[in-house]
Write a protein that binds this ligand. Structure first.
Ligand SMILES: O=P(O)(O)O[C@H]1O[C@H](CO)[C@@H](O)[C@H]1O
Ligand SMILES: O=c1cc[nH]c(=O)[nH]1
Length: 237
């Protein structure tokens, strides 16, 4: 048991999928895992553990934003021994060639969060994905017929913005999409020497204001979940 997770020691697998939305954790657990148990209900941040193709895998909601992600990731790694973490999130597309339901792999993360400034004495740190998992996820997504992109992602502490100026600058520099948790995930994974990757489904296209309907989201979560699950069991711990 840790401060925000009530699982007993050994109840969470070394391989963990991390959706922001706890209901997405429930959906993935119920649709993809065998012998599923709920290991966490604290704060309604559901977490489940089961088997995928016979391999133990957990799926734990993380909430929205870097602070919430940092709490769950720290406890999963430090208190439960998680070794491989794959965020299965949603993002807003920032390039015209990205469409609703496409997959984005966060190869690197740019941010407006000052969270890492404090850790790195005011210098900037470049959070990056684990290369092995990134490569496997890319190949797996291609095999499954997904429209997949890998590149720089903009991690933001804001969902509602006072001005879009900063977003436009990142767009000009080719950044693919915006989300809110990957800086915390990649930086903490590096700190503790474990593997991390963010796989994101495009839920909105910021250039056209298009948004996915709920039904479409579930279909796209299937593809993201399958790519993430296959990646997390294939790569050795
Ligand atoms: O769908 P999730 O995984 O929560 O990810 C995205 O959606 C939330 C904002 O609606 C933020 O957490 C953002 O990162
Ligand atoms: O973090 C996010 C996710 C989707 N769309 C946004 O504008 N921001």
């Amino acid at each position: 048991m840790s401060i925000h997770l009530e699982a007993k020691p050994g109840e969470i697998a070394e391989r963990v999928l991390l959706p922001g939305d706890p209901m997405r954790a429930k959906f993935v657990a119920e649709h993809f895992l065998d012998e599923v148990r709920c290991h966490n209900e604290v704060r309604g941040m559901y977490g489940y553990t089961g088997l995928y193709k016979g391999v133990p895998v957990s799926v734990q909601g993380t909430g929205m934003g870097n602070p919430s992600m940092s709490i769950y990731v720290t406890e999963l790694i430090r208190d439960y021994g998680a070794k491989k973490l794959i965020r299965i999130g949603t993002c807003g597309a920032m390039q015209p060639n990205l469409k609703i339901r496409d997959l984005v792999l966060a190869q690197a993360v740019s941010t407006d969060s000052n969270m890492t400034d404090k850790m790195f004495h005011g210098c900037s740190y470049a959070p990056t994905a684990d290369f092995g998992m990134l490569m496997q996820a890319y190949q797996g997504a291609k095999r499954s017929g997904a429209n997949v992109f890998a590149g720089n992602v903009y991690n933001s502490d804001e969902f509602y913005r006072h001005t879009l100026d900063r977003l436009h600058t990142f767009m000009e520099f080719g950044v693919l999409a915006v989300e809110m948790e990957s800086t915390a995930l990649y930086t903490l994974a590096a700190k503790y020497g474990v593997k991390a990757l963010s796989i994101l489904t495009v839920g909105s296209q910021l250039l056209t204001n298009e948004r996915s309907a709920h039904k479409d989201s579930e279909q796209s979560f299937n593809q993201m979940a399958e790519v993430a699950l296959q990646t997390i069991i294939e790569d050795t711990v």
